[in-house]
Design a protein around this ligand. Structure first.
Ligand SMILES: [Zn+2]
Length: 517
């Protein structure tokens, strides 16, 4: 702490920092990376060719800037998935163009498929009654899209079959109850009291979406259709992606349709109007196993190469859109920070790692692997800065007392680095929270569980861009244009200055008071 004054002076006068800020303000490439990641490469789903392309491209950029590059195998999926385009329309009715999505790792159509539409059967009697007409039909199922497909495996079948069996029993009891109640209705109040008879309750039936899934598939349906909020959220087949094989893929498309269109179609079905729906969904699979990799750019420290400052985001993204905010908005400033430091000729004392993680969306798998495989000594990490699902400005930090002076010192040059934005360091108020014991949220989680500081930047929207996190989170709207260029660009500059400053201190950040004892 006594060295603070000296650090401030040296930071202000450091020509490398001046150059970082100058280039950050005048020749910032952050949005170019977002453009390439989202528009040239596209949705970067784990197991897709696009993900592999992104790994290759990011590694090539780090290399171009003179960094060491670690391409670290972090895991594999048994089969891969590449989403193609999708189309759908109504034939008859008002001929509407259908607005829908399908979750990743679900199948597409067999070319262009047209068929009539039915509402799903809810009881065995209903199924038996419509068995023949299910062949070649699109089936409207109940429930609301939560982004995941219906579980098409035996596990899913057994849950649904248990509900069907319970309903058979409930139906039997309800029939008895109805007969009983009818006979009561014919009695006088006095007689009823005398015999001590009361009305029996009619029990509600159990429901699982696509109750007769297996039976419907066997009967020859074309696919199932569920109503969805808009924007449409589409995730992946989380339950089964780890055990799918190329020869045992799901059988029929699992379509999540705009709820307004669903309501119109449902009403037309109830009125038994004649129309068809046509879908062409190109969901393609890759022979597996498909390995996935972290990409880590390294500027090696000149004095303490085995001590580290880290920043990262996740390179994978859902493919229903193009991962514009989640997480190109995290990846791009981290990459640009690497370029700004490298091109300013930065030779930091300790190593700086620029971490682009694999498979965050599938359960933080890339960062978990990095931490648990002992890639670097967790005790020697000064801080890991994570950036995920935000286009906002990194405008400061809130830190424990023991880190305060260091952050004030290294952020000094950012106070007036930009005509509109500043950077503030605040002391954390209130007691420290306990060290987390389970992983959630984003790629900082496994670091935090090891006691590594994961101070993140405070995010601000000083201009007021009306951004909605919920609107983009794993939805069809998470595209390039959701990023906010001026915030993204200055975030890169701030990240570079802070990383470089921390890497040049004569100590790693204190962990005193970081977590409650
Ligand atoms: Zn994310």
């Amino acid at each position: 702490m006594m060295m603070t004054g000296i650090h401030q002076l040296s930071a202000q006068n450091d020509p490398v920092v001046d150059k970082i800020i100058n280039t950050g303000n005048t020749d910032n490439h952050t949005m170019d990376y977002i453009d390439i990641l989202t528009n040239r490469i596209g949705g970067r789903l784990v197991g897709s060719n696009a993900y592999d392309n992104a790994v290759q491209w990011c590694a090539s950029k780090f290399e171009e800037w003179g960094l060491d590059v670690w391409v670290q195998e972090a895991g594999e999926v048994p089969v891969g998935f590449n989403r193609g385009p999708w189309f759908g329309r109504m034939l008859g009715g008002d001929g509407m163009t259908l607005h829908f999505a399908t979750p990743s790792y679900t199948v597409g159509t067999k070319g262009v498929q047209r068929g009539h539409v039915l509402k799903e059967p809810l009881t065995q009697a209903e199924f038996d009654n419509m068995k023949e007409s299910l062949k070649g039909a699109w089936v409207l199922i109940g429930g609301k899209n939560n982004g995941y497909p219906i579980d098409w495996t035996e596990v899913g079948d057994s849950i649904r079959n248990a509900a069907i069996a319970q309903n058979n029993e409930i139906n039997r009891k309800n029939r008895e109850a109805m007969m009983h109640n009818r006979s009561l209705a014919e009695m006088s109040e006095k007689d009823r009291k005398k015999k001590g008879l009361e009305e029996k309750e009619i029990l509600p039936l159990k429901y699982e979406p696509a109750m007769f899934y297996r039976q419907m598939v066997d009967a020859g349906i074309l696919g199932i259709i569920q109503a969805s909020d808009v924007p449409i959220r589409a995730l992946y087949d989380r339950k089964n992606v780890g055990k799918m094989t190329f020869d045992s893929l799901p059988a029929v498309p699992d379509i999540k349709l705009d709820e307004q269109q669903y309501a119109v179609i449902e009403k037309m079905v109830e009125r038994r109007e004649y129309f068809q729906l046509e879908f062409d969904i190109r969901n393609h699979f890759r022979m597996g196993p498909v390995k996935f990799h972290n990409v880590i750019g390294v500027i090696r420290g000149s004095e303490y190469p085995d001590e580290y400052v880290l920043a990262g985001g996740h390179l994978d993204a859902y493919d229903v859109a193009t991962g514009g905010v989640d997480c190109a908005s995290g990846i791009a400033p981290v990459m640009e920070a690497a370029r700004l430091i490298a091109e300013a000729g930065g030779k930091p004392k300790r190593s700086i790692l620029f971490c682009l993680w694999a498979a965050e969306e599938f359960g933080l798998l890339g960062s978990k692997h990095f931490v648990q495989s002992g890639t670097v000594d967790m005790e020697k990490i000064s801080n890991y800065f994570n950036r995920d699902y935000t286009p906002f400005l990194s405008a400061g930090v809130t830190v424990p007392e023991a880190m305060y002076e260091d952050f004030v010192s290294v952020s000094e040059p950012l106070k007036d680095a930009h005509p509109e934005f500043t950077f503030t360091v605040e002391k954390r108020q209130g007691p420290a929270r306990p060290k987390p014991t389970s992983a959630s949220g984003s790629d900082h989680a496994y670091f935090a569980m090891e006691g590594v500081p994961t101070i993140g930047f405070n995010l601000k929207d000083p201009k007021g861009y009306n951004f909605s996190y919920d609107e983009i989170w794993h939805t069809e709207l998470d595209t390039y244009n959701k990023s906010i260029p001026e915030y993204q660009e200055h975030t890169a500059t701030c990240t570079a200055v802070i990383l470089y400053g921390l890497a040049n201190l004569d100590h790693i950040l204190s962990r005193d008071g970081l977590y409650a004892e």
